[in-house]
Write a protein of this length. Sequence first.
Length: 398
Amino acid sequence: MSIFASIEQAPTDPILGISDAYRADPSPDKVNLGIGVYQDESGKLPLLAAVREAVARIAADPKPLGYQPMDGLPGFAAATQELVFGKGSAAVASGRIVTVQTLAGTGALKLGADFLNRFSPGADILFSEPTWDNHAAVFGGAGLTIRAYRYYDRATGGVDFAGMCADIADAKPGSIVLLHACCHNPSGCDLDDSQWAEVVKLIGEKGLIPFFDMAYQGFAVGAEADAVGVRLAAESGITFLVANSYSKTFGLYGERIGGLSIGCADAAEAKRVLSRVKLCIRANYSNPPTQGATIVTTILGDSELRASWEAEVASYRDRIRDMRGLLAEGLRANGVAETGFVTKQRGMFTFTGLSPEQMQTLRGEYHIYGVDNGRICCAALNTRNVEYVAVSLAKLLK
């Protein structure tokens, strides 16, 4: 008898399972607004011009594909630090920030979770309510204790900032606070600059550790503005972590490329922290892959390619904003009085306010696939499907 005979079938992933159901749906009207992947007007995943050029340069001068250092491709950390913390960052110049290459943003979160649990076993980590579905699996699986802080206000369609601050203030010293740096997933509701300043100050005063999940830098306002919370934390001198991803913003979903940065007290502490992070890497996957990091480092290290990348990300941002506008217009035209939440929210996702039962109806009757918590991906809308989506949503929102 197999030792695995008693294993039960695992539940379908709440996000990736949506795509499986979409593919199995024979309806010609079906629309997949579930998974967070940017699509162009034709409904295809685009290849950025800067990525195309970087790949061509790499192919023209092939190198042996040996093992990378445990902390990643040489040059990747410096390029990532400049993007995340800004050119001329005093915190970076002081040597107190450790940055390592990771297996995308998810891998950065897992590496950070494993590292934190080694030195503070079972520590509390506070998530926004709601948050990305996979956060619980990553941090709970690492052994940390999951708590929540208020974030999304269903009555206003915005941030419950007072509730958020009250819950953070009540956290035990040494607790970790997971923060979405921009384009909050799933709500699309972000803090403004003054709120970020207040949150960072509060976290410092209470002896907490902010852990920023930054998967969408550039998709809200721009690469600089979208990093304001992270940079305030770096400037404040507190201990912090940042997981950044190059999946969405560079279109490198399949390359699994990201980074983990840890802000320490000083350069000496950073050196010790890096040595311990490397042990976590060694125990997980030994060293990271080459191609994705080479592409990112090539683009960020070349002024023309970086300008091309920034311009193309701006066009993505503008297209998503245009689709939000068309969706809001379509909802109003079909009798939905309050549509401000669509245009006020930022990034790839919109929180519709629909219940899990209504989302199931949206899939079953209208063949529009979103996540049960009410999230839809505005980056998958286009001029061919947005009217149908608006009409269908309106039937459930009125």
